[in-house]
Write a protein that binds this ligand. Structure first.
Ligand code: TSJ
Length: 650
């Protein structure tokens, strides 16, 4: 049907008004003050539709001293000709037939329907009286009222006092004027709230670019006018007033897809929360729904595309998430579509599944178009940078949370089965030896002083897979046992006061595997128990490399240089034993050389040592095995003068 061929016949007749008076709740939800406003919005919506279709640009809402309200627009006027099936004027049909107004079956009211879609007849049915004037060269007039029907003893409402009449009074005005008195026997209150009205008409003015809406309250002589030539762009600016924005002008686009008209405006602020407001047919969708979901995923997709194309994201980087783009996002999404379905707790969630791909498609294609505009380069760069910093914070927060969780669960597991604990109950005197290998562990267990020395044997070869570092380290059985044994927790949960051993001694072999273990442990302490190192609780045990024997003389040497000196000292006829590992020492030897506080040699680990180990682990975990091995030899050789192990002793 062509747009201007609309006639009274097009208005379909569905139901009578008695039903509305009988059960107002069915039609307006409630008879509270909310329902009262609802019958006003039914009228306003029709005028807004006339404006949305391009036939009106002004609406006036007025509250009168007697409690009545009126709405006037400067549109084409409700059809005044006789509706062929109803036999009465189009105006009369609109106000006496439920669902009339062309919302069903007409293309004129393209996007009507939804929350307020029950029609002007509902307002008529719930009013004491209602008067309509239509201005088309002359003034047309009709009045409806309610009265007690003597025959049935029931109140009838919305009854025309006379058919629509042409008063023949000439007018230059165009449009429709509707004036009504809410029925105080229906509503709990019949007092309109100017604040409520102002808030809504301001919103309507934002949503309908260029539409001027005025409000006048006769009781207080209060006037207000809203008109926004920027539409939802002005809405976004208004929402961001007083905030600091990342770029000057909001991003705006409008396009149609599959009969769904989509319009959005966005502007980011330096805030950390988002203010996204979505609408369907001018109705706020507080619970969001399909259109909002489509919009958000559209933004995420197109911004990620942009971030990749401009190298903000490299191939290896994960996409930024919707939540990253949410930070500081102020946006209005307004869609216009037919047959809307509302869902959710408060029926403010758009349920139409077709809205989602349509809005996503429009969002992506419009943003992709906008990014071609060089002038907007700075805008999109700012958005991406903000999202990148949000992602960074998100990952840091997740890591902290993971650590805290891991720490708690590990503590709860009480994994100290392998620990040979000591009997002393004073942590400041107690020592924990973390010993590489079960056989060395066994020797250490029999060699130690049970009173204050605890032994925790751990297996070698624990650094053989490249994995995510944190996950990897925390999944390691040995590490978990250590966390459990030390009693301090890790990361943000670390608490030094829980420490059960004031000396924590790493005791590993002077070979590659021993270095592996030492480096892993130091890295772990560095990252998750830094204070343990800072407070001087971490040591590297120093087993000897050689035993020089000559008769009854026994001398240990801890490196090649010492060995030379010892040989010089004892003279000819000596015998050298080279220890390949801790496991080769019997308990007595282990006690003499490594465990006995009077004779042992230990290196206290500094934070610089641990930091170096942390850097090392990157190499150790890398792909190239031979480079890795070489690096370890270079850096962990006990015989090198500048090596880690020889640098200082305690
Ligand atoms: F709600 C209401 F019906 F009471 C009401 C309707 C109240 C107010 C203040 C305005 C209106 C209204 C209706 N304003 N403009 C219109 N337009 C039409 O009803 C109309 C006019 C002409 C044609 C056509 O195709 O020629 C079609 C329509 C829907």
């Amino acid at each position: 049907m062509a747009k201007n061929s609309y006639k009274a016949e097009d208005i379909k007749i569905l139901e009578g008004l008695d039903a509305v008076r009988m059960r107002p709740g069915m039609y307006i939800g409630t008879t509270s003050v909310k329902g009262l406003h609802h019958i006003l919005w039914e009228i306003v919506d029709n005028a807004v539709d006339e404006a949305a279709n391009g036939y009106a640009d002004h609406i006036e809402i007025k509250l009168y001293k007697d409690g009545s309200a009126s709405v006037e627009d400067n549109g084409r006027g409700i059809p005044t000709d006789i509706h062929s099936k109803a036999g009465v004027s189009g105006v009369q049909v609109v106000f006496t037939q439920l669902h009339a107004g062309g919302k069903f079956g007409s293309d004129n009211y393209n996007y009507s329907g939804g929350l307020h879609g029950v029609g002007a007849s509902v307002t008529n049915a719930l009013s004491k009286w209602l008067k309509v004037e239509v201005y088309k060269n002359t003034v047309y007039e009709i009045e409806f009222h309610s009265y007690l029907d003597k025959e049935s003893g029931k109140v009838k409402s919305g009854i025309p006092k006379y058919p629509l009449k042409d008063t023949k009074v000439k007018t230059k005005k165009k449009g429709t004027f509707v004036h009504f008195m809410p029925d105080d026997t229906v509503f709990e209150t019949v007092e309109f709230n100017p604040e409520t009205i102002l808030k809504r008409i301001k919103e309507l003015a934002f949503l309908n670019k260029g539409l001027e809406i005025t409000f006048y309250d006769e009781k207080t002589d209060y006037h207000q006018t809203y008109k926004y030539d920027g539409g939802i762009v002005d809405f976004v600016k208004y929402l961001n007033e007083g905030k600091s924005t990342l770029y000057g002008e909001p991003i705006y686009a409008k396009a149609e897809k599959d009969n769904i008209l989509v319009e959005f405006a966005i502007q980011h602020t330096d805030s950390y929360v988002d203010s996204v407001y979505s609408y369907v047919n001018n109705i706020p969708t507080a619970e969001g729904g399909m259109h909002e979901t489509g919009f958000r995923s559209g933004l995420t997709r197109s911004f990620n595309d942009y971030a990749r194309s401009r190298n903000f994201l490299k191939d290896k980087d994960d996409n930024l998430l919707g939540e990253d783009f949410k930070e500081g996002l102020t946006a209005i999404v307004s869609v216009k579509m037919q047959n809307v379905q509302f869902e959710g707790q408060t029926k403010t969630k758009l349920g139409n599944p077709e809205a989602r791909p349509a809005v996503e498609w429009v969002t992506v294609s419009e943003i992709n178009e906008l990014v071609k505009n060089k002038k907007l380069g700075k805008v999109f760069d700012a958005i991406i940078n903000k999202a990148l910093s949000s992602a960074k914070a998100r990952l840091a927060a997740k890591k902290a949370k993971d650590i805290a969780r891991a720490s708690k669960s590990i503590e709860a597991q009480n994994l100290v089965g392998k620990l040979a604990s000591c009997s002393g109950r004073k942590p400041e005197l107690n020592e924990l030896f973390i010993v590489e290998g079960d056989s060395a562990g066994g020797s250490a267990k029999s060699a130690r002083s049970r009173q204050f020395q605890a032994i925790l044997p751990i297996r070698g070869k624990i650094l053989n897979v490249e994995k995510k570092k944190l996950d990897y380290i925390l999944q390691n059985e040995e590490i978990r046992t250590i966390i459990s044994a030390l009693g301090t927790g890790i990361g943000p949960e670390f608490d030094l006061s829980g420490l059960r051993f004031h000396k924590v001694v790493i005791l590993s072999d002077a070979d590659v595997d021993g270095s592996h273990i030492r480096i892993l442990l130091l890295t772990f302490f560095f990252r998750y128990m830094k204070e343990l190192i800072n407070q001087g609780h971490v040591y590297i045990g120093m087993p000897p490399l050689y035993l020089v024997k000559k008769g009854k003389i026994k001398e240990y040497a801890y490196n090649d240089k010492q060995l030379e000196k010892v040989i010089e000292k004892v003279g000819k006829g000596y015998e050298i034993q080279r220890y390949k590992g801790l496991g080769e020492m019997d308990p007595e030897q282990l006690w003499e050389t490594t465990l006995d506080p009077e004779r042992r040699s230990m290196m206290q680990v500094t934070i610089e040592d641990a930091a170096e180990a942390d850097r090392l682990i990157t190499v150790l975990m890398g792909e190239e095995v031979s480079a890795r091995k070489q690096y370890i030899f270079d850096h962990a050789d006990f015989n090198r003068e500048d090596s880690f192990a020889n640098r200082k002793r305690s």
